[in-house]
Design a protein around this ligand. Structure first.
Ligand code: B3K
Ligand code: ZN
Length: 868
């Protein structure tokens, strides 16, 4: 909660700390409402100066201060800090503070999750536990002694190794932890509670025996197996692909119900949102299984990219996050389908990440100015950050990339590094000049790549003209040309690949686009080719090339690269949607291009295609990415056009959908790629059958389903198509799963995203459901987040009632959990593509929030930019 005007911090202003802290010994006496923390730091002046020691601290009750064992009153308390004006060169500082974990609804620092205690310290939560130099470039060796009631809290966990424990006379017990690796405070963790524990072990390549422990709520042990398998797979993958091994004797994961985001990579003690740990056939979908694997991998990979080498300051966040997302994407791709993984990641960039670039929060992957750091855990820093790493991988190749990664980790092990350090290591290991490439770190916005071509039949010469520009963003008007890897293939009109020849020799597929305008010439091209541009989405840009329907059909059918096939279908759908929106505005009937129907049919009939890929090819782009095709559009028209197109495809291909459905039934539930792919395709077919009005398939599947994937797919099909049967299914589901919040989140989500005109009213009713609580971020995201971000049509109602609902929720969360509020705000600030009438409605509501005297920093930062 802010009282004074929120301050902007600038990347350029970075200064090394005035003091170092080498060790921190914590003694934490846990109590639900009055936890006492004794923090003993060895402090050392950094260089010659007479600056005071300024420690960060929030919501703390200071009980005692001593320097070298002598109590002192030579200190001042100011907003958010404790100042010690005159301190020795080196000394021991002892602080005693008191905190109230039960009152902590923001879920940052030390808080209660159900009946357990847990922590979340990234980015700046540690200052809610004690006064400290809460910045990532101060690395200390931590030891932690936790004392708590033995009956309520039999497990007392922290980072590192357990080095002592004991029982006290008053029914309390204690455990002492020691972490041998120096770390910044944001990686500190503590958990106390009663759990079931799944235990296993892993022997590293180098022979270290590592105890693996997963802590879950009592009764959930049978849902932890997949997380354990995923952890072992992650450890193996990092050894095999990156030659990186684990470095402690124990690795713990704790699943909690109250968590602001997905999970946290605290050293040796990951804390997870239970959503990304628990999975069994009865309660988890195929996608949930993949998500658990991905997030377990992500947090594990942070042990090297994040923990052993951390960030110098928070502006460098993408140094660990972009790189670790790239690593988890590679992990998922090596274990499953590379193409399907790529498609899913690209959908995120083209939809919500591009929307972020177009909105008031546009920022480079390494931001320049921040008010509230939690606002910068964004799709840009994470997902676009990962695209930047992927481009490096594309430019360098696997071998040089791995050499660069190894050099970076070896050079900066135990340090807090910068993005420049990373690029320098990549450049040195590969010998490549990456100076222009570095602009990807400093420039915000979505670059546009305009490509045109020319074929000279007489000389068999093919020329590509490439122009790049990045439209101005709110934070940055001037943009410079970037180094863009443009992956290209050429096909003959018969669909045969044409070898790329330039300067008399065969050349690779990746063109280095470096200038605002550039031409690339290819020789010995026997006929006018069809170009497959930006293969694999080789750069996070918007591509503009005037493809004909015939060219796209050819690529969709014949490209050797599976991603290109998917992308061609998407482009064809995008072009159809754009055209139909124009027709609709002119009050003319929509069209269903023959080429699109044919491509859908040949895709379904292609026996050689992976079924999971087919499922992706036959899925229409989501509304968010369609929105990005327009400068401005009436969202109702867009939703109507999309729905109409889906219905037309459903009807035009009804026999094919029936066939695909029947061909892909799985006799029993198995979690392997083949069966998951079958279910994915079958359930896409089911969605179309429902739209074609064939309710019997949906009802039959719901009744017979023995797994959550099929159950939810049937419900989703019924809800999306507005089938009468949806009511019975939803009621039945609720009565079966009322006791399980995580499962019931699917039920909230489905209803919140229903196309029905009374959805808003339904969402209001669901807010009074016994399992719903504004205090639990998972519930809030499942109901309010799904409605406002996953149901653009109903959320953006022209009467403004959708906005009012979100506003009410935000006003409450502004007090209790600003971080969650700030994430929910997204659809209200991303109005760039909306029509004038809706923008006005939104602005008026934003202004109401802005006028609040108690507006949290998190919301202030975004709203002030949006209204600017
Ligand atoms: N590093 C954490 C995210 C922390 C978010 C703080 N608001 C999880 C992750 O990216 O792995
Ligand atoms: Zn991360």
């Amino acid at each position: 909660m802010t009282q004074s005007k929120p301050q902007v911090q600038y990347r350029e202003d970075y200064q090394p700390p005035h003091y170092w802290i080498d060790t921190l010994d914590l003694d934490i006496q846990l109590d639900e409402t009055a936890t006492e923390v004794v923090a003993i730091s060895r402090v050392r002046r950094n260089g010659e100066h007479s600056e005071p020691l300024v420690l960060d601290g929030e919501q703390l009750e200071l009980l005692a201060v001593s320097v070298n064992g002598v109590a002192t009153e030579q200190y001042q308390l100011a907003e958010g800090c404790l100042i010690l004006p005159q301190v020795p060169q080196e000394f021991v500082l002892t602080l005693k503070t008191r905190i109230n974990p039960t009152a902590n609804s923001a879920l940052e620092g030390l808080y209660r999750s159900g009946s357990a205690f847990c922590t979340q310290c990234e980015a700046q939560g540690f200052r809610g536990i004690t006064y400290y130099l809460d910045r990532p470039d101060v690395l200390a060796r931590f030891s932690t002694r936790i004392t708590a009631d033995a009956q309520c809290y039999p497990f007392l966990l922290s980072n590192g190794n357990r080095v002592g424990q004991g029982q006290l006379d008053d029914g309390r017990h204690w455990v002492q932890w020691q972490d041998p690796f120096p770390k910044p405070a944001y990686l500190f963790a503590l958990v106390a509670g009663d759990f079931d524990v799944l235990r296993d072990s892993y022997t590293t390549h180098g022979g270290r025996q590592v105890a693996l422990e997963i802590y879950v709520d009592k009764g959930n042990l049978h849902r932890a197996g997949h997380a354990m398998d995923s952890l072992k797979a992650s450890m193996r993958w990092d050894e095999q692909r990156c030659h990186l091994e684990y470095d402690l004797d124990i690795y713990m994961i704790v699943a909690v119900d109250f968590f602001n985001m997905g999970a946290m990579e605290n050293k040796g003690l990951n804390i997870f949102n239970a959503k990304f740990v628990l999975a069994d056939a009865a309660t988890a979908t195929d996608d949930d299984y993949l998500d658990v694997e991905r997030v377990i991998g992500h947090e594990y990979f942070h042990n090297w990219t994040g923990n052993r080498v951390t960030c110098r300051d928070w502006f460098q966040l993408s140094l660990k996050e972009g790189l670790t997302v790239f690593r988890d994407q590679e992990f998922s791709s090596d274990l499953g389908s590379r193409t399907v993984n790529r498609i899913r990641n690209v959908r995120i960039i083209r939809g919500p990440q591009f929307a972020e670039d177009a909105g008031p929060m546009a920022h480079p992957i390494r931001p320049d100015a921040v008010i509230e750091m939690n606002n910068f855990y964004t799709l840009t820093v994470y997902e676009k950050g990962s695209e930047v790493i992927r481009m490096l991988h594309t430019l360098l190749g696997e071998q040089a990339f791995q050499a660069g990664l190894a050099l970076y980790l070896q050079r900066h092990d135990g340090q807090a590094a910068t993005c420049d350090d990373f690029v320098a290591a990549m450049s040195e290991a590969s010998g490549r000049d990456l100076s222009r490439f570095k602009r990807w770190y400093s420039q915000s916005g979505t670059p546009v790549l305009q490509v045109s071509d020319d074929y000279d039949a007489e000389h068999q010469r093919y020329t590509l003209s490439v122009r790049q520009h990045t439209p101005p963003t709110r934070d940055q008007q001037e943009k410079l040309p970037l180094h863009i890897p443009l992956s290209l293939a050429l096909y003959s009109e018969q669909g045969e690949p044409i070898m790329l020849m330039a300067g008399g020799e065969s050349v690779g597929p990746v063109l280095d686009v470096l200038e605002a305008e550039q031409r690339f010439e290819f020789e010995q091209v026997p006929s006018r080719p069809v170009p497959a541009l930006l293969q694999g989405f080789s750069a996070p840009v918007k591509l503009e090339y005037d493809y004909s329907d015939e060219q796209l059909s050819l690529l969709a059918r014949a490209s050797i690269d599976e991603f290109v096939r998917w992308d061609a279908v998407q482009t064809l759908v995008n072009q159809t949607v754009k055209h139909n929106v124009e027709l609709c505005l002119r009050r003319q009937p929509a069209v269903l291009p023959r080429s699109l129907v044919d491509i859908f049919r040949t895709t379904l009939e292609d026996a050689g295609l992976d079924r999971a890929l087919k499922a992706e090819m036959l899925t229409l782009p989501d509304p968010a990415s369609l929105l990005e095709l327009f400068e401005q559009v009436d969202i109702t028209v867009l939703a109507e056009v999309r729905r109409r197109l889906a219905r037309d495809l459903a009807e035009a291909l009804a026999p094919c959908w029936r066939q695909a459905y029947q061909d892909n039934l799985t006799p029993e539930y198995r979690i392997d790629h083949q069966d998951m792919a079958r279910r994915a395709l079958k359930n896409v077919a089911l969605g179309y059958l429902a739209l074609a009005g064939e309710a019997q398939w949906v009802e039959r599947q719901y009744a017979a389903a023995d797994n959550m994937t099929d159950t939810l797919a049937a419900m989703r099909a019924a809800v999306r198509a507005g089938l009468e049967a949806r009511h019975g299914m939803l009621d039945d589901f609720e009565s079966k799963w009322r006791h399980d919040g995580l499962v019931l989140d699917n039920w909230f989500r489905l209803q919140a995203t229903a196309p029905d005109s009374d959805t808003l009213q339904r969402v209001r009713e669901l807010m009074s459901h016994p399992t719903f609580s504004l205090g639990n971020p998972n519930r809030v995201r499942a109901l309010i987040g799904a409605f406002s971000q996953g149901n653009p049509e109903q959320f953006h109602r022209i009467d403004g009632a959708g906005y009012d609902l979100l506003l009410e929720v935000l006003e409450q969360l502004n007090h209790s959990n600003p971080q969650v509020a700030s994430r929910l705000l997204t659809p209200l600030i991303q109005f760039a593509r909306l029509d004038e009438a809706r923008r006005l409605l939104i602005r008026e509501r934003l202004q109401r929030l802005m006028d609040r005297p108690d507006l949290a920093r998190d919301l202030f930062e975004k709203i002030s930019k949006a209204l600017d």
